[in-house]
Design a protein around this ligand. Structure first.
Ligand code: G3H
Ligand code: ZN
Length: 276
């Protein structure tokens, strides 16, 4: 069923387990992620980024599909809006029934980020919806931010206190959209932030982090683990194989179905890895 973020994050934080949060681009991703989580018998997060909404041109068609898939799942599934910079899009997600939103004001001046985040928290909490927000730029994608950016523990604590958010994304050495798994996280810093902040911590850019290092990050105190690029690699890699093996193939179900199966298997593996 559809679940609130705090309902699945709080027990994960208490048990020092990681909660895999996976990005959806098209309906096959949502189907695969839920199938993988069901295979592992663990909750998960289906997340849709503002960029993915722009790709589709609208939130509702893909957003409604995600909500339906979550409702039909055998395990708790959070439906989360990822990296929203547009408060209007946050409003749309709340109206549609999303159970969690990330407001990303990390590029705003600190005071503006604080007041905008506070506004989102007020509206979301009135509907029982969780809010994740970001302090410190996690970087990647636009090439402007360096992977060397770090969140100061006292800044994270003040930000959580001042905004009332339910989860906080912190910069600890990962970087978005890495296609090699070579990121070096600052495990000591994760531990210090963990002890300074009451709410669960979110790791963005987890695709660049190798398996054993992801487990260390969870042990050090990270809870929500956001993975996108790595799964896109699994999905696209399988499409490429299927198409290369059969140049006469025309039915999209043949390659999308194969990609969905491969993605579900990788999600199941990751969900187990993070939660064990
Ligand atoms: O918000 C989404 C994540 O931070 C995904 O980052 O594509 O580097 O795994 P990634
Ligand atoms: Zn992210």
């Amino acid at each position: 069923p559809r679940a609130a973020l705090t309902d699945v994050l709080a027990p994960a934080q208490q048990g020092r387990r990681g909660l895999g949060a996976f990005n959806v681009i098209q309906i096959e991703h949502a189907e695969a992620i839920v199938a993988g989580a069901e295979g592992a018998g663990r909750p998960t997060v289906l997340q849709l980024s503002e960029n993915a909404v722009r790709y589709h041109g609208a939130l509702a068609p893909i957003g409604r599909a995600m909500l339906e898939i979550a409702d039909a799942a055998d395990v708790p599934v959070v439906v989360h809006l990822d990296h929203a910079t547009d408060v209007g899009l946050v409003e749309q997600a709340l109206a549609l029934g999303f159970t969690s939103v990330m407001f990303d004001g990390s590029t705003l001046p600190v005071e503006e980020n604080l007041s905008a985040t506070r506004g989102v928290v007020e509206r979301a909490h009135a509907l029982g919806v969780s809010v994740e927000a970001e302090i410190g730029e996690i970087g990647g994608k636009d090439g402007v931010h360096a992977p060397g950016v770090r969140t100061r523990p006292e800044d994270a604590a003040r930000f959580v206190e001042a905004t009332g958010i339910d989860a906080v994304a912190v910069a600890v050495g990962s970087s978005h959209a890495m296609t090699s798994r070579t990121a070096q996280l600052d495990l000591e810093l994760i531990g210090v932030i963990r002890d300074s902040v009451p709410v669960p911590l979110v790791l963005h850019g987890s695709s660049g982090v190798p398996d054993d290092h992801l487990r260390e990050a969870v042990a050090a105190g990270m809870t929500k683990i956001n993975i996108s690029t790595h799964l896109n690699g699994t999905f696209t890699g399988r499409v490429r194989e299927v198409l290369a093996a059969d140049p006469a193939l025309v039915d999209p179900r043949k390659y999308l179905g194969a990609a969905r199966t491969a993605t579900a298997q990788e999600v199941e593996r990751l969900v187990r890895l993070l939660a064990e």
